[in-house]
Write a protein that binds this ligand. Structure first.
Ligand code: CAA
Length: 257
C-alpha cells in the first residue's frame, strides 16, 4: 500500500514525484515521509538523474500540511521524532544534485509550504493557496518554515505569515518571492515539464555547483560564501563541461552537455 503514497514517473532521468493521498489533500503523515525518503535515497544513488518535479495528486492540493489527525495525540518526544523525520526527508530533497521544481497545484499549507520551500523552483497554479497556519492549531511550523521562509521572503513577511497564520493567494506568493511563476492550472503541467527539461539540459555539474554555492553560501558570512563561490567556480574548469560550454559559444553552436 505504501508503494502508492509516492508515485514515481521517470522519463530519461527527469523524475516526477506525486504525493498521492488526495482524499486527505496529500497531507504528510509518517508513512508518506518514509516513502518519500526511500524514493529520494534511490534517486541520490543514480548518476543519470537530471531533474525532479514534485507535485500533489488531484486538482485541489499540492500538500495541505502535516497530517493533523496523526499529530493530534503526539507527545513532545513523538512530535520531535516526527519533525526530525520530515526535516531529514526535506533536506534530502533540497540537496539533490539536480534542479528540483515544485509544481504547486492547489493548497500549499504548513508542511506543504515547507516542502515547496526546499525546492529550487516553485511554479504555481493561479488557484494555489499558501500559508503557515500552524499558530491556528496551537503550534509553530515544524518542518523548517521558521527558517526557510525568512530566507526566501525576508523576516518581515515570514513573521507576518507565521504569526497570523493567514493564507495568501498565488498572486501574493509571487509578489513576495515565495514562488517563481504563476499560471492557469491548465497550463501548469506543460510549463513545469518544459522548465524541468530546460534546466536538465544545462551542464549538470554547473547546476550542481550553482545549487551548492547558493545553499551553503546562504548560511555563511559573506567572505566565506564568496570564497566558496570562487572554489566552485574554479572547480568547473576541471571538468569537460566548461570546455564544451565555452567551446560551443566560440564555435557558434549549441553545447552538448
Ligand atoms: N491533515 C490531515 N487531514 C487533512 C489536512 C491535514 N493537514 N488537510 C486536509 N485534510 C483532510 C480533511 O480532514 C478532510 O478529510 P475528511 O474528508 O476525512 O474529513 C479532507 O482532507 C478534505 O479537507 P476539507 O474537507 O477540510 O477540504 P476544504 O476544501 O473544506 O478545506 C483546507 C481545505 C482549507 C486546506 C482545509 O482542509 C484545511 O484547513 N486543512 C488544514 C491546513 C493546515 O492547517 N495545515 C497545516 C497543518 S500543521 C503543519 O503542517 C505543521 C508543520 O509545520 C509540521
Amino acid at each position: 500500500m505504501s508503494e502508492n503514497l509516492i508515485e514515481v514517473v521517470d522519463a530519461a532521468g527527469l523524475v516526477r514525484l506525486t504525493i498521492n493521498r488526495p482524499k486527505a489533500l496529500n497531507a504528510l503523515n509518517s508513512a508518506v515521509l518514509s516513502e518519500l525518503e526511500r524514493v529520494l535515497s534511490e534517486l541520490e544513488a543514480r548518476d543519470d538523474l537530471r531533474g525532479v518535479l514534485i507535485t500533489g495528486a488531484g486538482e485541489k492540493a499540492f500538500v495541505a500540511g502535516a497530517d493533523i489527525a496523526e499529530m493530534h495525540e503526539k507527545t513532545p518526544e513523538e512530535a520531535r521524532a516526527f519533525a526530525s523525520q520530515a526535516l531529514r526527508t526535506i533536506k534530502r530533497l533540497e540537496t539533490l544534485p539536480v534542479p528540483v521544481v515544485a509544481l504547486v497545484n492547489g493548497f500549499c499549507l504548513g508542511g506543504g509550504c515547507e516542502l515547496a520551500l526546499a525546492c529550487d523552483w516553485a511554479v504555481a497554479s493561479d488557484n494555489a493557496v499558501f500559508g503557515q497556519p500552524e499558530v491556528l492549531l496551537g503550534v509553530i511550523p515544524g518542518f523548517g518554515g521558521t527558517q526557510r521562509l525568512p530566507r526566501r521572503v525576508g523576516p518581515a513577511m515570514a513573521l507576518d505569515l507565521v504569526t497570523t497564520g493567514r493564507k495568501i493567494d498565488a498572486a501574493e506568493a509571487l509578489r513576495i518571492g515565495l514562488v517563481n511563476r504563476v499560471m492557469p492550472q491548465a497550463e501548469l503541467e506543460a510549463y513545469a515539464e518544459e522548465l524541468a527539461k530546460q534546466l536538465a539540459g544545462n551542464g549538470p555539474a554547473a547546476v550542481r555547483n550553482a545549487k551548492q554555492a547558493v545553499h551553503d553560501g546562504m548560511d555563511q558570512d559573506l567572505d566565506s560564501a564568496l570564497a566558496l563561490e570562487t572554489a566552485l567556480f574554479a572547480l568547473g574548469f576541471a571538468g569537460s563541461e566548461q570546455k564544451e560550454g565555452m567551446g560551443a559559444f566560440l564555435e557558434k553552436r549549441k553545447p552538448n552537455f
